[in-house]
Write a protein that binds this ligand. Sequence first.
Ligand code: AHG
Ligand code: MN
Ligand code: MN
Ligand code: MN
Length: 336
Amino acid sequence: HEADAYRTDLMTITRFVLNEQSKYPESRGDFTILLSHIVLGCKFVCTAVNKAGLAKLIGLAGETNVQGEEQKKLDVLSNEVFVKALVSSGRTCILVSEEDEEATFVERSKRGRYCVVFDPLDGSSNIDCGVSIGTIFGIYMVKDDHEPTLDDVLQPGKHMLAAGYCMYGSSCTLVLSTGEGVNGFTLDPSLGEFILTHPDIKIPKKGKIYSVNEGNAKNWDAPTAKYVEKCKFPKDGSSPKSLRYIGSMVADVHRTLLYGGIFLYPADKKSPNGKLRVLYEVFPMSFLMEQAGGQAFTGKQRALDLIPEKIHERSPIFLGSYDDVEEIKELYAAEV
Ligand code: AHG
Ligand code: MN
Ligand code: MN
Ligand code: MN
């Protein structure tokens, strides 16, 4: 009836985080201010992505990044927007982006205590064909008040204070954890606000979907090959799993989080460390999975225990429903 049309207790992402942070008496709102600048970047990228085709924003920028990938115009644009928004927040001191070879050390006058690692546009190969893409971010606190160094961002994922992603798809959905569970917010374009739509997301303990690029099967190691074989030809008479692979990590992870299942980007003979980058793809998604009751494994260890040595370091990753990841952990353990 009428009242529903105009709900008055709008739980925006800013209000939600303020509520959460109010539990910490010492918090001075710095994190909320930082988050509001990340949200601003996501809103900008959302509008740019939605009119990419019209605004001639598709196609290549004519540059290649440190990953050796041809940068898309939206890669470069999104990166610039996030770097400027984060620096102007006055709450950051080091930024690591997939699109910048070196870390950005914020000038002293604008320096804060947070280090942000981010993938400004994930799934770039899908931009021109209109498939969902996203932004991924993780937030560390500097280790101490000394002059910031790379050591402040080369921390294990378990030291992250927060992590999240924004998916630019049929709707613009921001999924966030500050270490107390996972919550999803959907952009209401008429308000320009992210409204809480998925409170307290928990991933199903076991799923019926596996998500991997089967095109790399020739180069997989034995445990991965055995696990995928089990998904397709289960020995215990259960029905085979479905394969869903979008090729944008954000979209594949979002589906896994909501529906359950397992997402794999394994090592292979060509790339022994897999393809996904530890700081701004593996860690944030692993953080979210653990917070939602799932788990994340590198083939050797718990993903969040990994200590990166380089800011663009890669790692194999198996993440998703607790029981599904447990199965592949057993296969790797048997291999040792
Ligand atoms: P990015 O577009 O930020 O470089 O990331 C692309 C990643 C990730 O989104 C996805 O899971 C993976 O690349 C897909 O890789 P393949 O095409 O090798 O399967
Ligand atoms: Mn890329
Ligand atoms: Mn990416
Ligand atoms: Mn990217």
